[in-house]
Write a protein that binds this ligand. Structure first.
Ligand code: GRF
Length: 198
């Protein structure tokens, strides 16, 4: 069986990336072909390398906000890996519409809120401030608009009276590690039916 090839982009520790890598074994229809970062020091790159996955980094900082030129470099190792699917997993750079268009319909992102609520940053603090009873995470298809695009899965957690943003973030992150692999497996089989976990 020929596997779908998955490239994963990250900026930080890469716990979601590890959950995705660990899921892609046995009869899973996909395998990782590349883990990439905008930061050569990102902890996730080492974790991927230890697991035998090809890694690459393109530092965004020398480009001083010139997104198009940064992306022209970013796309070189990405295209060379010939991914069928691109997973953003804590990738903290906003991508231009031109970049996203090149992976239209095959780029996923995980966001730590129940979209369409709380696009952008500080999602856990915002859910607490709003007094929400439930919070969670979303995997969605990436489109040119930030944290938008068709929803492919959501997982919820109850907000507890003693919650702080950090406590809530930790509980949501555990759900992310279940949701993203579940969505990727289904997506790689060509099934976009949303998954709901509670
Ligand atoms: C996750 O909370 C993800 O939802 C957000 O960034 C965080 C990345 O964590 N986009 P990790 O690098 O996967 O541990």
């Amino acid at each position: 069986m020929s596997h779908k090839k998955v490239a994963i982009l990250l900026s930080g520790g890469g716990s979601n990336m590890v959950a995705l890598l660990d899921s892609m074994t046995g009869d899973h229809p996909a395998r990782a072909c590349l883990v990439m970062s905008n930061d050569a020091e990102a902890g996730g790159l080492k974790k991927a390398a230890v697991r035998g996955i090809t890694t690459a980094a393109v530092d965004h900082r020398p480009f001083k906000g010139d997104r198009a030129t940064f992306e022209a470099e970013l796309i070189k190792p990405l295209m060379a890996a010939e991914p069928d699917i691109v997973c953003l997993a804590g990738f903290m750079r906003v991508l231009t519409g031109d970049f996203v268009t090149q992976f239209q319909g095959r780029m996923l992102n995980i966001h730590p809120s129940l979209l369409p609520k709380y696009k952008g940053l500080h999602t856990h603090a915002r859910a607490l401030e709003a007094g929400d009873a439930h919070h969670g995470c979303t995997v969605h298809e990436v489109t040119a608009a930030l944290d938008d695009g068709p929803i492919l899965g959501q997982a919820t957690v109850d907000v507890l009276p003693e919650d702080t943003p950090d406590l809530l973030a930790a509980r949501v992150l555990k759900k992310e590690h279940l949701l993203y692999p579940a969505v990727l497996r289904r997506f790689a089989q060509g099934d976009r039916t949303p998954i709901l976990l509670s």
